[in-house]
Design a protein around this ligand. Structure first.
Ligand code: HEC
Length: 178
């Protein structure tokens, strides 16, 4: 019977129009009448596994540099913008997200992020995140290229899977912002 007053208070809080209150890790949203579990670990499983996000993105020491590094995306980007990236990604690539491509005199092509360039050499991170350096006289051609476009996941992932991914991405924070 000791539970009853607390339950009554929750009902009153809901009736007074509190839109959200937190209970033991669940976000209860009375307006939708359902508990929405936040499942960052389920989101990580999709990110690392079936979603194949690591084939373009880097988190910590894992993944590729083809797309932007997402290690601190939760500090930089709002949940609404994360959702938009997943269901309605931009068709124009941001300049800072372009890739650099080097073609060597012996016919090798390397794509990744340009780190530094001077008249004699250039250094970049290849798609797997490894540091590579070239002597200018070995380089036949070097230029910026568009990365492989971010696919839209609208209709490919369920809305529950997208919520889980957003919970995971929002948890990726810069050191000191946790
Ligand atoms: C084929 C490569 C590719 C794949 C696969 C991919 N992305 Fe992307 N993603 C990109 C590119 C390129 C951009 C940058 C677009 C731009 O410049 O606006 C991007 C942007 C993003 C952004 C916005 C980042 C920011 O800084 O605002 C998020 C979030 C994101 N992707 C999440 C994901 C998730 C989650 C998955 C897996 C479900 C995924 N991406 C799969 C290429 C990819």
């Amino acid at each position: 019977m000791a539970q009853a007053p607390l339950f009554a208070m929750l009902l009153i809080a809901a009736a007074m129009g509190f839109s959200q209150f937190h209970l033991a890790g669940l976000v209860v949203s009375p307006s939708r009448g359902a508990a929405l579990p936040r499942r960052p670990l389920a989101g990580k499983a999709i990110f690392d596994g079936s979603g194949r996000c690591l084939s373009c993105h880097r988190v910590g020491a894992m993944g590729s540099v083809m797309g932007p590094n997402l290690s601190d995306v939760g500090s930089r980007v709002s949940a609404a913008a994360l959702r938009q990236s997943l269901v309605d990604p931009p068709t124009e690539i941001e300049p800072q997200n372009r890739l650099y491509e080097v073609v060597t005199r012996d016919g090798k092509t390397v794509r990744g992020k340009l780190l530094n360039q001077d008249p004699f050499s250039l250094q970049m991170l290849d798609s797997g995140g490894q540091l590579v350096a070239f002597v200018s006289s070995d380089v036949r051609d070097a230029h910026f290229v568009e990365p492989p476009a971010m696919p839209s996941y609208r209709g490919k992932l369920t809305s529950g899977q997208i919520d889980d991914l957003i919970a995971y991405l929002a948890s990726l924070r810069a050191p000191g912002d946790r």
